[in-house]
Each structure stands twice: as C-alpha cells, then as structure tokens.
Design a binder for this molecule. Sequence first.
Ligand code: PMP
Length: 360
Amino acid sequence: MSATCTLPGCNQVGPHRHEQHVAEPAILDTILDHIGNTPLVRLNKIAKSEGLQCELLAKCEFFNAGGSVKDRIGKRMVEEAEKDGRLKPGCTIIEPTSGNTGIGLALAAAVKGYRTIITLPEKMSQEKVDVLKALGAEIVRTPTEAAWDAPESHIGVAKRLNAEIPDSVILDQYSNPYNPVTHYDHTAEEIYQACGGKIDMLVAGAGTGGTITGIARKLKALCPGLIVVGVDPHGSILAQPESLNSSTESYKVEGIGYDFIPEALDRSLIDRWIKSEDKESFVMARRMIREEGILCGGSSGTAVAAAVHAAKELGPGKRCVVLLPDSVRNYMTKFLNDGWMQTNGFTDQTSLASEAESKK
Ligand code: PMP
C-alpha cells in the first residue's frame, strides 16, 4: 500500500503493505509462527489493592517466541526486506538495539540462515547478550553514555560496520515503516478483537515508539474516545510537553526512553505522557510476579505503575489495557535479585521482610 493508505487511522508515511491478521495454526512450520496472538490477562489483585474501579488488562508480549514484543518487528522487517529484495541469502543483518529487537532479528536469522551483528549499549543485561550469542549473533558493546549521533554509539557503530561489510543491511527499527505497521496490523488487532472493541485507555512505554504508535493508530481510529498514555523515564526526552523532560539523570530500566525522537514514534497520537522512575518500575515488576504470577520485565513494571496511576480516573465498566514488552528472563541477575535491588537502593531489609510476610 502506498503513502495514501486508506485503512482507518493509518498515517504511515511512505510505501508499505498491510497483512491480514490470522489465528495461530495447530502445527507451526517454524517457531517464527509463534509470534503474535499473545494473551490478554486481567490484573485482579493489583487493580483491587490500588483501588481501581475499572478493569485492568495486560497484553503479555513475553509469550512471543523470542520473549518480547520486538519479535514481531524482527520477523516482519526481515520478511518485508526479503520481499523487497533488500535481503538475500548471504546477506548480513546489522542492527543497533537495546537487545530485544536484536533477539527478534537473531531468532528470524537463526531460522532463515542470515549472519547477524548486534550493536548494544553496555547498560543492557548479560542475559540478553547470552541469548543473542546462543542464537548465533555477533555482539559489539558500545558506551551507554554516547549520544545517539556520536560515532561510538550503538547507532554510529552499526552505520560504520554497514559501510565496511559487503552485503550488509541495517533494517533500522527507528525508521522502518514495518515497526509501527506490524503493531497496527497485529498487536492492535488482537487487542481490539479480544476486547470486542471496548477499550477506554491504552498505556505503553516508548523506546523506538513503534509499539505505541502502531497500536494507537488503529485503536484510536476504531475506538472513539480512547485515551493513549505514553510512559517515558526521567532522563529521556520522548515525553511532551518538553517541560516534563528536565531531568538528565541516567536510569536502569532497559528498552524505553531515548535522547532523540525516533521516526517510528508519532507523538501526535499520545494524549498524555507520564514520566517514570526506576524504583517504582522494579517494585511494580516484582509485584506483578508475586501477586499476579506474571513473569514480566522491568519496563512492564514501568507501564503497569503508570497504568495504575492513569486508570484511577476511569470509572466502573471502563477498561484499561497495558502493554508488557518482555520477560524477567532478561533480568535474572538484575531486579529479580534481592541483592541487586538492595545495592541499587530500590528496596531494603524491612520491605523484603514484609514482602515475604505478605504470603504467610
Ligand atoms: N520495553 C522493552 C524491554 C524493550 O526492549 C522495548 C524496545 N526497545 C520497549 C519496551 C519499547 O518498545 P518500542 O521500541 O516499540 O517503543
């Protein structure tokens, strides 16, 4: 489909095609067919203890084959590049990522047989590195503090490698139209169908912004009155108004926030931004595991903490959907670990003791 796309709400700039959303077959050709059709789960205890009147539903994206929401774009960007002839047998895929897009791409590359090089800021967890290596990806670590447009940043290094390595391709999640389009076609469609079209609020964090943009484009067109809430850490500059972004502190939650506005993020779709903090994010991610049995990652905690805050304004019979991007698998030595939480000042002995006591 061209730039004059006529699908409801799809303002995607530049040429792109859409796909029909289908249910998962009983026997899968490859593991790549187990991407999408993730569960939407009611958060009972957290909604109740936080005094919410509305229903709170979590879209559990860590059930995708590679463990995150980014598997969707990893597969789609590879397959669209194959269709366009940009990606051919023998090509090398290079991608700058906070890890999960790398895992999604490396998963697709493992199945399809491409060499993959991932450039990854030092901040990102060892768990992501180990999974990437196991999938056969080569990894180049880059300084976390490098500005996005510096030659030594994960984006700068990927560009240099792309110039040096023959037949290499950067699919570029920051500007690739299929980043938001795959969420328009599938993630949004799944939420819409599961909810029978009744959704009052959507809450999601933003990194590239592809997830929130793609979902918001479709749901805003189909669900009049939908409120879209974006979540952005203190220290990032994605939120609007700009006055929200005064802090320049670094933060430990992985995968959300940036020091530039990616093309994949359409901020005109976001009705309200909430700035987030590390402590509330990790404390909420641990509550999700302990109280709801949902083994999510740190940015999921960020999104749920913001959702609990934003959904207070919704009355009975209303529905808030919050997106959980990845799994605790990526953070076993980080927020899952009591010692790590204490060392970083996110919990203390008293809080840990009362956490343990609450189950007795
Ligand atoms: N959370 C995590 C853990 C992620 O890896 C990402 C992807 N960077 C996001 C949230 C945000 O997703 P998006 O890039 O689609 O905004």
